[in-house]
Design a protein around this ligand. Structure first.
Ligand code: NAD
Length: 260
């Protein structure tokens, strides 16, 4: 089992990251959580995870646009726990706009948070994982790592980039007992998607209900949002010894979206 292992989950103060942190803690994994938010709310989350699951949980506030802070977060995990077994690169943001109006600073921010942050974290985590002879790098990509949608140029570019980064490090680190994989979720009902519903409604001149029905779940053949448990099942499998031969893969959990 994963009991006693150590994981970093970036962007784990909300949505998918928060749920993945909970799923790992439930398996007895000690955690470094990360993300933006109100300090008191983050402390409540940290203490709650630790108490509910009987694991050690630390918070590191690294800003995912800052490479030095990301490297410091990895060093912090190794110092606090003496090991780092699982790195979940999850932090991400979205911005929806036609390309000709796409704010340049939003492009830069999305590439930094959704793509470059994973490079910095993997780069920093690799020496320790190599020394241990084992490691799991799990990148939360998206169906948008495999296919595009209009008005999401930066997000789609970053998520396609994550798949390429993942495949590259999978090849580099395979013999060291380290795997790197991307999970490609379809739509999950999180605060990020709530924001997107509003932005898409504006960009396309539709009501929010119409966006959910005709845009968001239109892409997802099951017509259901993907759940946290469905993502956690795959994450825990990849983190386990059973997942040792899954390497460099982009694994879709999207209700059939990218089959079409
Ligand atoms: P969310 O908005 O609920 O959570 C995002 C997390 O990232 C938060 O904890 C936030 O604090 C953190 N974050 C944002 N900017 C940061 C920064 N500069 N530094 C540190 N942390 C930062 O979003 P979510 O829907 O849970 O998305 C999580 C990941 O899953 C993202 O990479 C997203 O692209 C991906 N994803 C989401 C969906 C979906 O439908 N929700 C689908 C596919 C992929």
């Amino acid at each position: 089992g994963l009991k006693g292992h150590v994981a970093i989950v970036t962007g784990s103060t909300s949505g998918i990251g928060l749920a993945m942190a909970g799923a790992l803690a439930a398996e007895g994994v000690n955690l470094v959580i990360n993300g933006l938010g109100d300090p008191a709310a983050i402390e409540t989350e940290r203490a709650g995870l630790a108490q509910k699951h009987g694991v050690e949980v630390r918070y590191h506030g690294a800003d995912m646009t800052k490479g030095d802070q990301i490297a410091d977060m990895v060093a912090f995990a190794e110092k606090e726990f003496g090991r780092l077994d699982i790195l979940v690169n999850n932090a991400g943001i979205q911005f929806v706009s036609p390309i000709e109006a796409f704010p340049v600073e939003k492009w830069d921010q999305i590439i930094a948070i959704n793509l470059t942050s994973a490079f910095h974290a993997i780069r920093a985590a690799t020496p320790g994982m190599k020394k241990a002879g084992r490691g799991r790098i799990i990148n939360i990509a998206s169906a948008h790592g495999l296919v595009a949608s209009p008005f999401k140029s930066a997000y789609v570019a970053a998520k396609h980039g994550i798949l390429g980064l993942t495949k590259t490090v999978a090849l580099e680190l395979a013999e060291a007992g380290i795997t790197a994989n991307s999970i490609c979720p379809g739509y999950v009902h999180t605060p990020l998607v709530d924001g997107q519903i509003k932005d898409t409604a504006k960009a396309r001149g539709m009501s929010e209900d119409e966006v959910v029905r005709n845009v968001i779940l239109a892409a997802q053949p099951t017509k259901k949002f993907v759940t946290f448990d469905q993502l956690a099942g795959l994450l825990l499998y990849l983190a386990s010894d059973m997942g040792a031969s899954v390497n460099g893969a982009a694994l879709s959990v999207d209700g059939g979206w990218t089959a079409g």
